[in-house]
Write a protein that binds this ligand. Sequence first.
Ligand code: TYM
Length: 344
Amino acid sequence: MTFKQRVFSGVQPNGNLHLGNYLGAVVKFVELQTNYDCIYCVVDLHAITVWQDPKELPRTIREVTAAFIASGIDPKQHIVFNQSQVAEHAELAWIFNCVARLGWLNRMTQFKEKAGKDRERASVGLYAYPNLMAADILVYRATHVPVGDDQKQHLELSRDIAQKFNNDFGESIRAHGFGDAFFPQPEPLIQGPATRVMSLRDGTKKMSKSDPSDQSRINLTDDADTIALKVRRAKTDPEPLPSEVTGLEARPEADNLVGIYAALAGQAKADTLTEFGGAQFSTFKAALTDLLVAKLSPITAEMRRLVADPIYVDSVLADGSARAQVIAADTMKAVKDIVGFIRR
Ligand code: TYM
C-alpha cells in the first residue's frame, strides 16, 4: 500500500517557545516545505492536559503561530492551524482510546515525568495524550513527522496504533475498498546535530519550557542582550574545545553548545570543531552569541510584529483550519465506515 506523502507536526502553546523547539522542530518544518505538503498545528488541545489560564491561552496560541510564520513557514502554500478548530482530532482520538492498550500507555516516560509523584492528581487527558497525538497525525494519514528526540516514544506508539487499527479492522478495510491498510506507519524525522537541545545550566537536562530557571533556555522572544548574558552564564567545563567529535563524550555542556552552533550554522558538529578545536570557551561563546543573535533576531522581530496583529494571525488559523478539516473529515468518514458506524 502506498500513501500520499504528507508531513504533519505540532507544537504546544504552553509557554515560551525556546531554542530547543526551534532547532529540534521548527527549522525542520521550514526545510520540509520544499519537498512535501506540510500541515503544522498549534496543539491547543494538548496544552490543556495541564492547566492553562484562559486569559493567557489565546496569546500563546497566536505566539506559536507567529513563530511558525516568522521562521519561514508559508501558510498559503502549506497548512497552519490550531487543533481545537478541527474537531476530527478529538473524534479520532476517542476511537484510538479504544484501540490503544493500557499497557502501552503505562510505558510512556513523558507521562511519568509530567505527572510526577502525585500521579492520582494528573488529568486523564495527560495520560491519554499520546492517543490524541496519534490522531493528530493519522487524521491526515501523514507519512512523515519531524520532531525532537523527546517525542520518539510517542511516535512509536502512533505507529503501533496505526498497525493495530489496520489489523483489527483489516477485513472491513478491505471490504470498503481501502486495500490492506488504511493508516500509514508515520515515520519520525529526528535528524541533525540538535535533536535534543539541553539546558544551559545543566547539560544532562533537556532545555524545557517548564524549567523554573529562565537562564536554562533561550526563548524566541529574548533580545540580543538577554541572549548574550545567558550564553555567557551557560555552564561549561575548564578544558578548551576538542578537535574531534569523540572529544565531546562525557562533556555534556560542551557537546550541547557545539550542537547548537552546528545546527544554527547548518553544519555537522565535526565542522564546528574543525573551526573551534583548541579554542577557549570565551572565544567560542562570543561566536555562538553572534550566530544566535544573527539567526534569531529577525525571527523575534517578525514574531513581535505578527503578535501585534491578532486579526491577521487569527485569519491564518481560520483559513488553515478550514483546509485541514476538509482532509480530516474525509478520513473520519472512512473510519466510521470501517468501524461500522451509521452516518449521514
Ligand atoms: P512540544 O510542544 O513539547 O515541543 C515541540 C517540538 O519541539 C521539540 N523539542 C525539542 N527538540 C530538541 N531539543 C529540545 N530541548 C526540545 N524540546 C522540545 C519537540 O520534540 C517537538 O517536536 N507532543 C508534542 C506536540 C504534538 C505533536 C503531535 C508532535 C502533539 N501532536 C503530532 C508531532 C506530531 C509536544 O509536546 O511537543
